[in-house]
Design a protein around this ligand. Structure first.
Ligand SMILES: Nc1ncnc2c1ncn2[C@@H]1O[C@H](COP(=O)(O)OP(=O)(O)OP(=O)(O)O)[C@@H](O)[C@H]1O
Ligand SMILES: [Mg+2]
Length: 333
């Protein structure tokens, strides 16, 4: 009898400790984790699925560009990440903040301390009647920072962003590029960990855009702030190490840029494009591939030695050189 009791206790203990060791959450090491995000807008009886199960992980210290066609869901994603909008389903976490479970007060706190943002419309970023330095001081004054510390931070930020000479100018006395660089300063005033920018160069010409993107880069490199910049300009990817493409409300492909050193010690930047494999094992095939091979509805898959092959449904059976897909029995043996 007593031995049975001990067995029972052991079993309970084992069960409990197993229950406590929950499987690690998706992207638990990442600073930003979007897991199967869905955002559905309802307007006048019409349903628009702006995000359709988007997965995205961003590490602390990364600089990431998000590109995609108009309507692909870029701004929706940024609104969610910056705490302005709440997704319909899925999970989203930024640092310790669970964005699905925040109270209104926590949301204000999150937006004040954890993240900063820069919008496309230059006028939306700055107070028109305040000088550049005063614009940066404003959020600090609201957070109770003393006058001397506010002034010091504003002038340091303006100098770092290359617009120290604009300190005493109002927005109407600055160019679009200068205004956007000051706007980056405002977004960074409260030392956030993440900076989000939605089309910050959308209203600028190419040369000025480059200056703003370089400022974002120095914010990332010198201050260690994680930067997520949304754009529909593919050339932005030349300025960042990682570019994520969004198509139809999902991440579809990524371009990673790495510095490669050859045998002579010469450095060159190599850009490689990857398709994104989601947690359920789904990959989106580029439209061009689907059109050329008329892939639709059903395709044949085969596991080869080092890759997976995909054939159109109507093609004859896949060539015999493919490696057989292991059955469960083979896998376990
Ligand atoms: N408030 C809203 N109400 C209804 N539909 C919306 C709303 N906001 C966005 N949408 C729709 O959601 C989809 C994604 O919009 P979103 O603004 O995220 O796209 P985007 O990638 O930022 O496009 P763009 O490059 O034009 O800025 C679009 O079909 C858009 O019409
Ligand atoms: Mg947009």
């Amino acid at each position: 009898m007593s031995s049975t009791q001990t067995d029972d206790l052991d079993t309970l203990e084992t069960l409990e400790s197993r229950a406590r060791q929950r499987p690690e959450e998706f992207g638990h090491n990442a600073l930003i984790a979007c897991d199967n995000l869905v955002r559905i807008y309802q307007s006048e009886g019409i349903e628009v699925q702006a995000l359709q199960g988007l997965d995205l992980l961003i590490e602390a210290g990364e600089e990431v560009a998000i590109i995609g066609a108009s309507g692909s869901g870029k701004s929706t994603l940024l609104s969610v990440l910056s705490g302005l909008d709440v997704p319909t389903a899925g999970r989203v976490r930024v640092g310790p903040w669970d964005l699905m479970a925040m109270t209104a007060r926590q949301r204000v706190e999150y937006r004040r301390t954890m993240v900063g943002f820069v919008w496309q419309q230059t006028a939306r970023n700055l107070m028109p009647y305040l000088e550049a330095a005063e614009n940066i001081e404003l959020p600090l004054a609201m957070a109770g920072v003393g006058r001397r510390a506010r002034k010091a931070r504003a002038s340091e930020l303006l100098a770092m962003l290359g617009v120290g000479y604009c300190a005493e100018r109002r927005p109407s006395q600055m160019s679009g590029g200068e205004q956007q660089r000051v706007a980056i300063g405002v977004a960074l005033a409260a030392s956030p960990q993440v900076l989000f920018a939605d089309e910050p160069t959308g209203q600028l010409d190419t040369a000025t855009s480059v200056e703003v993107l370089e400022s974002l880069r120095s914010v990332n490199r010198e201050l260690g702030v994680t930067v997520v910049v949304v754009t529909h300009d593919p050339s932005v990817s030349e300025h960042v190490q990682r570019t994520v493409s969004i198509r139809d409300g999902r991440t579809s492909s990524e371009v990673l840029r790495r510095t490669h050193t050859d045998e002579h010690g010469d450095e060159s930047v190599v850009a490689e494009e990857y398709a994104v494999l989601d947690r359920a094992g789904r990959v989106q095939l580029p439209r061009e591939y689907r059109e050329v091979l008329e892939l639709s509805d059903r395709v044949r898959l085969a596991l080869e030695q080092s890759h997976v092959a995909i054939w159109p449904d109507r093609s004859p059976s896949p060539a015999p050189r493919q490696a057989p897909v292991p059955t469960q029995a083979e896998e376990s043996s």
